[in-house]
Ligand binder design. Sequence first.
Ligand code: SAM
Length: 296
Amino acid sequence: MAPSANNLSRHQAVAAVRRRLLDADVETADEDARLLLRAATGLTSLELATQQQSALTPEQSLLLEQYVTRREAHEPVSRILGSRGFWTVDLLVTPNVLDPRPDTETLIETALSLVENKPNAPLKILELGAGSGAIACALLSELPKAEAFIVDLSPHACKASQANLARCGLSNRAFVLQAWWYEAIQAQFDLIISNPPYVASAALSTLPPSVRLYDPLLALDGGEDGLDCYRAIIRDLPRVLKSRGLVIFELGCGQAADVRLMLEAMSLEVEKIARDLGGHERALAARAPKRDLHRI
Ligand SMILES: C[S@@+](CC[C@H](N)C(=O)[O-])C[C@H]1O[C@@H](n2cnc3c(N)ncnc32)[C@H](O)[C@@H]1O
């Protein structure tokens, strides 16, 4: 804030923060100004709305200044505040781990719609590329009999997943493994779910600064055409997916047709493609064929 920020009322502080964020080309300046003021003062939206004329304390001004400086550098609010809501859970957002996105909730809706008839049945889930553990935390919180294996190559992601599972009280039904996709997996699963890195390498430099500067490259880079991780995962699916098991992928924009072809080439049948709130095809679910037991 400006040097005289100590004397600003809350109302004036929101306006000043909003102006600074607009000048820094932050698109969500209005919403962010209110969120950062709430976090710096510890007040609820209602308290802020009804006590707009009270002045900020020096401590609150200092904290707000630190938050605004970080947001002007395009650091996402969830990273500045260290947490975000995902589905119905509240997750820690830590450095070097992908900040989970609302679009990824489309995978949760898709998974729940396909296991809808038997939410209390035992279900073995494998999540590939866990990041913060958002997907596993959301699914385990909805499916009380489910158990999850959670894999990520990044030690930061494994640590974050473990912390979030503990935060959600779900550690007893999850096992976190630092590994390369299925490399260390011997078991077979009812549901394999993944939001793999899917940005084409050449497009990485065009991502908005809030992504490019703060999300780890390992979580974004999908190789030359963005599809490398789908190829790597789908190649080995028959080994780890049970007969009639489900696989659900998050998709980047325009990737549905390619991923469908890869799955169909492995005899999986696409059961559902769901759109996110922006209308993009975001989640693809496919089912493994029924295995002929006599041939096993
Ligand atoms: C797009 S992020 C998804 C994170 C989280 N599931 C979410 O939706 O917010 C992809 C994750 O895949 C992990 N990853 C990348 N390559 C991997 C590999 N070869 N084996 C295992 N995990 C990998 C990254 O570390 C990253 O955490």
